[in-house]
Design a protein around this ligand. Structure first.
Ligand code: NAD
Length: 270
């Protein structure tokens, strides 16, 4: 692994939902920046193990850990396994998320509940476990000015309403205020909590939106920057938010969306 710019050296990061898409790219980017990686997965064991192997082959340290982030006991176990292996936790990226789309009148309570359980309660459980760990371990100001860093993976739908996806949009709106309230509560402890709000990123979660040329053209009309985002775009933002380069940033939601939240429909005077 290159010795060049490794702002996260000797730090440990846990990325949830890291077996695919954004989580996998974030785990790779944090590892390249020097962090030891706990690669969480829920159902997809093989890709998570392959990713952990890839990081180790590249000269880093990594461990894959199964846990459903909506399960309190599983999250507590995941944290114990991370700390047993690496000795501590410095960075949490609460990324795991899913969609269960339906027109509102057809949405079942199970569709609503599962999305809230994973996307919002899952972040609560992971953040709580991480903060408890940050507060009980030794501070190392020579490696990180903050005592711990949390990045909540949100979405542009924390502010853009999304018909047909009310469970998802409600969960991300919740993530925004979870993130900000936590940042306010924990700032005196020098724990930084920020969010990333991705726009349209090319991953399995939104395959239908980019898989065909027709769908992609429709999507691009919403993106002033003229291209779909790649998972690596989010990986770079996560490295910055996890490092001392962003030490004075706390409670912020960083939109990485090619301008989607600039409301391009108003570009020609609405
Ligand atoms: P993805 O489907 O590739 O990744 C989601 C990951 O979460 C998967 O690895 C999945 O196995 C995991 N997961 C689902 N339920 C879980 C659970 N209960 N416990 C642990 N892991 C679980 O999609 P993605 O696009 O990489 O999504 C990652 C995050 O980014 C999500 O929170 C999503 O809402 C957010 N996001 C994605 C986009 C986009 O355009 N792709 C845009 C905005 C926000």
């Amino acid at each position: 692994m290159s010795q060049a710019h490794r702002p996260l050296r000797e730090q440990t990061a846990l990325v949830t939902g890291a077996s695919s898409g954004i989580g996998a790219a974030v785990a790779r980017a944090l590892a390249a920046a020097g962090a030891a990686l706990a690669v969480n997965y829920s159902g997809q064991r093989e890709p998570a193990e392959r990713l952990a192997d890839e990081i180790v082959q590249g000269g880093g340290q990594a461990l894959s850990i199964q846990a459903d982030v909506s399960d309190e006991q599983a999250v507590e176990r995941m944290m114990r396994e991370t700390v047993e292996r690496f000795g501590r936790l410095d960075i949490l990226v609460a990324n795991a998320g899913l969609q269960r789309d339906a027109a509102f009148v057809d949405m079942t309570l199970a569709d609503w509940q599962r999305v809230i359980d994973v996307n919002l309660t899952g972040q609560f459980l992971c953040c709580r476990a991480a903060v408890r760990q940050f507060l009980q371990q030794a501070d190392r100001p020579e490696l990180s000015r903050a005592r711990g860093k949390i990045i909540c993976m949100s979405s542009v739908h924390e502010i853009i309403p999304w018909a047909g996806h009310v469970n998802y949009a409600a969960s991300k709106g919740g993530v925004l205020m979870l993130m900000k309230s936590l940042a306010q509560e924990l700032a005196p402890q020098r724990i930084r909590v920020n969010g990333i709000a991705p726009g349209a990123i090319r991953t399995p979660i939104n395959r239908a939106a980019w898989e065909t040329d027709e769908a992609l053209q429709r999507l691009l009309a919403l993106i002033p920057h003229g291209r779909i985002g790649e998972p690596e775009d989010i990986g770079k933002a996560a490295v910055w938010l996890a490092s001392d380069d962003s030490d004075y940033v706390n409670g912020a939601s960083l939109f990485v969306d090619g301008g989607m939240t600039l409301y391009p429909g108003f570009e020609d005077n609405g």
